[in-house]
Design a protein around this ligand. Sequence first.
Ligand code: NAD
Length: 477
Amino acid sequence: MVQVSQEINFTLIDEVFSIQKVYALKMRQSTAIERIALLKRLQKWINTNKEDIRKAIYADFKKPYPEIDISEIFVVNSELKHAIKNVESWMKPRKVSTPITMLGSNSYIHYEPKGVCLIISPWNYPFNLALGPLVSALAAGCTAIIKPSELTPHTSALIRRLVEETFDTEQVAVFEGEVEVAQKLLSKPFDHIFFTGSPSVGKIIMKAAAENLSSVTLELGGKSPAIVDRDADIKDAAEKIVWGKFVNCGQTCIAPDYLFIQRSIQPQLMEAIKIQIKKMYDPSGKGIESSKDYARIVNNKHLKRIKHLLADAESKGALVYTGGYVDESENFFEPTVLTNLTEQMEIMQEEIFGPILPVLTFDEINETIAYINSKPKPLALYAFTKNKDTIQQLFKGTSSGGAVANDCVLHFLQNELPFGGVNNSGLGKAHGHFGFLAFSNQKAVLKQRIGFTASKPLYPPYGITSKKIIESLLKWF
Ligand code: NAD
């Protein structure tokens, strides 16, 4: 039975790819008005179906409604509004200056839609991370096939419904399913692949893309550090770190993965973190497990993975400062803070992607820079300090996809900034204009005059005159 439905899917994938290939040629001619109309259709569907979006995501991992509103619906709406407002200017050809050696010609950059694009998205922000890239693809004039995550089936089915009710299949299509569906899709010669997920799967995507020389945007993950220096505002830092770490139950690609605290303020900051966890998730004192404002781990497999990270760390000497309670039947994992860590612990080697916050200490800021530089480049880096020089020292001394001073996670919401990683944490940039560019071919256009041109005197045969011109070219230009 399963095989039959997969076969149908696989044939359908071939068919949909072919019709999108044809339609992409039409989309290539699309005007700003036509693209805005598509974006507005998407916007309308979202605004009229907010309750269904909330219900679907809640059914997948009990994500609290306010968190859905902020981190899924608002984020996509904001991306949509930004694209609707700016797409016309993004599409305008950009004139470039003409060097004296090219006198007589003129040049510009034409932003051409790449064509048929594949969007593969993860489960942790299942709506936002499938629809956000779609906004960029539509703004750029591309067609798209979306493969949402199989781990959030309610949201994936909702995304499929959204697309079926909003677009023609030749414009946008959705294929739900497991890894085999992704693999089948990856065998097609897409013009661009936009992948969000883990670095290990990112490598598989890049290898598959290489077969067709499809361009890729890889939005990956990794271990993003937060550094709190001695002069930081302790209460303020605790509030921001606790929110950034435990929102979505720690399942955020840009959550602070681990904390580096300057030794002299460690006791006060850890106490402030403990107080803040209680304030946010247990104000009534009934236990965090009864909080409606705390999401769950997406499934039992991931719960076991995170439990294992905790058990491995404890068996090697880590101490639970606060938290540690797990209810497997509910996929509940309490916000947990760990101290006494060593590099041998798995939790210090792999992305945690769950609500455990390991705390390291340092004396001088240079130690944190050396540590971070000895690891794969993170997706984000957070610095908490009042000292502008320390911020510069950290931001210039390390490499990361993004960097934030005195807050965390929020750079994702700043549409004017490129969002993405570097090397192990990603390749290429997303959001706003940068998302538009990811789905566009920046075509170099040069228009030459007819008749005499500045380069004709250089054509062979190379006589005395052409040699003299070449000599002066080398000397003066
Ligand atoms: P994942 O890499 O396991 O899966 C992502 C997508 O890839 C899913 O749709 C899945 O079906 C597909 N996939 C899985 N294995 C595949 C294979 N062998 N071949 C082809 N496709 C395959 O990631 P996940 O567990 O869904 O998400 C968590 C990861 O995503 C974390 O590492 C996190 O940091 C990262 N992430 C990054 C960002 C970002 O914007 N940079 C955002 C969210 C999550």
